[in-house]
Design a protein around this ligand. Sequence first.
Ligand code: COA
Length: 327
Amino acid sequence: MLSSLVAGYGHAFPSRIVTNDDLSKTLDTSDSWVTSRTGIVTRRIAAKEDSTASLGARAAENAMAAGQCAANDIDAIILATTTPDHPMPSTAAKIQSMIGARKAFAFDVQAVCSGFIYALSIADHFIKGGAVKNVLVIGAEVMSKVLDWTDRSTCVLFGDGAGALLLQAKETSDRGEALPIARGVLSTHLFSDGNFYDMLYVDGQATSSNPCGVLKMNGRAVFAAAVEKMVESSELALAHNQLQLNDIDWFVAHQANKRIIDAVAERLGIPEEKVIITVDKYANTSAATIPSTLSIAASERRILPGHTLLLSAIGGGFTWGAAVLKW
Ligand code: COA
């Protein structure tokens, strides 16, 4: 049987750091309000020369370097993004050109902040079906271009960045003998409910008269739904794999708000020391939060080979989901 192993990881952020104090110079907000309500201290904001494609390409190149995989050996590029560079063609195609992965097929996935779990699930199914060997699964966003920088209830929450995993098809049995432990993506679980469409959305349409809008959000409703749905999908993922909480080494949740992550971890019974937090430094980078957090924690040698990870996310739509990954 084929499994999707994590063969490489990478992340990339714009260099410009914007603090809460920086924001409070032009906005009626404060460091203490933002920190206490969200855990966010700083975020990275794209410069003119940064784009979703350029950040995604840098993260992808880092993942290929870590996995010692040449661009020519990449079979597929799946980019999760809600901030594509253009309405068409896909930003994944631009990344393909930038990294020189000539053999690959490439496309975008739009599931907002759950996008990476969706992309991971698609990649895993392609690999398990035997269609591809090396897949780049990328989450990349320039959220700053869809924010209303005069709306203090939304603009303080988001940032720009990218993360990528290189997934590689591996036989789980070696010379006919089953490996002792399953590795790679163990399962993914996806959900949507379009009845929540207007809880979190970007207004405007991809038309010449109204090319792009700004993000609108019912913060309290999103908060409540996030906790409920991330807990539900995480419990389902654990049960599906017959795992107990003790079996989980790390909980890597979508980094929207530290209070949401803390509440989910508490409801699940996951201790603080098993929860990875990057929202303090990078804020909510939508589809990029989970892959960049995985890459950062693996670079710091917190996540190690053999560790079992529970991933969970929620995003506009609503879309949500969970995954279990053996690193
Ligand atoms: N600085 C200062 N005050 C702010 C503020 C800011 N940046 N943003 C909002 N406020 C004010 C509000 O205007 C409100 O003032 P009022 O009582 O005079 O009307 C007050 O703070 C409380 O607002 P409230 O909405 O009750 O705050 P909250 O405790 O619910 O926190 C969020 C607001 C947005 C931080 C919180 O709801 C949240 O994190 N929601 C989830 C958002 C999210 O993660 N979305 C993405 C999911 S993928």
